[in-house]
Design a protein around this ligand. Structure first.
Ligand code: ZN
Length: 329
């Protein structure tokens, strides 16, 4: 259960628009909420339904305790409908069923809300059927279409909706959400540093490959510092056999980049943004021994390696050259 106040922290612009519409009694009859997974689209749609039905709102905040609020939360409200893909797509039968429900007057009021998840997965027939429905809405009906793939929404649908874009989660927000999913802190920090996408972050955090990638990178940083001769051997024995594809090597280089960034953060005592927080003791030791200039040079070397890799230079060559630069001095 969320409140507009909580949602506002995550999506200030969207929430401002929606709450203003309620305050001025200018609710749109068709909304399209677009944005990545985990950005709060569904939460906002449910919140909108509650604000619409609740008769005990405090300003725009629904009371969360009345019959309407509770039934919306438990998905049992007779006038709030959820449609999601049946298998791969949302089919025309599902839209027809929805229209049938709407042909009855509201059971308890004339208000109705329907929330269509993954609206981009409507078949063409389903979308065309919905279109007619959007064109002649009952005055008290609100349609909320949700999508992660706005480019796949038919332009005829798009143009009839008020489109609200949900911005990517900040890494702090994402981190919290990963922790709610019981992802280990050390992996959650790393995944949320890599991506803004909740689905992708979860997939990474749950893969054994990713946990191993983290260990290999940490081992390399230790070798570069304390056993420089070993580093080049490890590149051949471990790195290149684990990071095989180009995008995997690029990910590995990003993990390495975070290490040096962490060293800079350690030097300025900005603990909150450190990615390898469980390595704090080692970070502190290294941060004392390396100059800021040296750390920055290492980061530049990694960025250079990423560029060369993107330009299709042989990965083994790129990695060897990088290791030689990182262990200098
Ligand atoms: Zn209520």
């Amino acid at each position: 259960m969320a409140s507009w106040k909580e949602l506002r922290e995550k999506q200030p612009n969207v929430v401002k628009m929606l709450t203003n519409s309620f305050a001025k009694d200018r609710i749109s009859h068709a909304y399209l909420f677009e944005g990545g997974a985990g950005t709060g689209k569904k939460e906002a749609a449910i919140q909108l339904a509650k604000t619409y039905f609740c008769q005990h709102t405090d300003g725009i905040e629904p009371c969360l305790t009345c019959k309407d609020c509770k039934r919306i939360d438990s998905r049992n409200h007779p006038d709030v409908f959820f449609v999601e893909p049946d298998g791969q797509s949302i089919k025309i039968q599902q839209i027809r069923q929805l229209q049938k429900e709407f042909s009855y007057l509201g059971l308890e009021s004339k208000k109705k809300v329907y929330i269509l998840e993954h609206a981009d997965r409507m078949t063409n027939q389903a979308a065309n059927s919905l279109l007619k429905f959007l064109e002649e809405p009952g005055k008290m009906t609100i349609a909320v279409l949700l999508t992660e793939q706005v480019q796949h929404i038919l332009s005829t649908i798009y143009s009839r909706c008020q489109v609200l874009s949900f911005r990517p989660l900040s890494s702090m927000n994402l981190l919290e959400r990963l922790k709610e999913q019981n992802v280990e802190n050390r992996l959650a920090r790393l995944a949320s540093a890599l991506t803004n996408d909740m689905t992708e972050a979860l997939e990474l955090s749950e893969s054994e490959w990713f946990a191993q990638a983290r260990s290999i990178v940490l081992q390399l940083t230790e070798e570069l510092k304390d056993r420089p001769h070993q580093a080049l051997i490890s590149i051949h024995d471990k790195w290149l056999s684990h990071f095989k594809e180009k995008d995997q090597i690029d990910l590995g280089l990003n993990l390495l980049l975070f290490w040096y960034k962490d060293l800079l953060l350690t030097q300025i005592q900005d603990e909150q943004n450190i990615v390898y927080l469980d390595q704090r003791d080692i970070l502190e030791r290294y941060a004392l021994q390396l100059t800021k200039k040296r750390i920055s040079d290492n980061m530049l070397a990694i960025l250079e390696a990423k560029r060369r890799l993107a330009a299709n230079t042989n990965p083994q060559f790129v990695m060897e050259k990088l290791v030689l630069r990182l262990r200098e001095g």
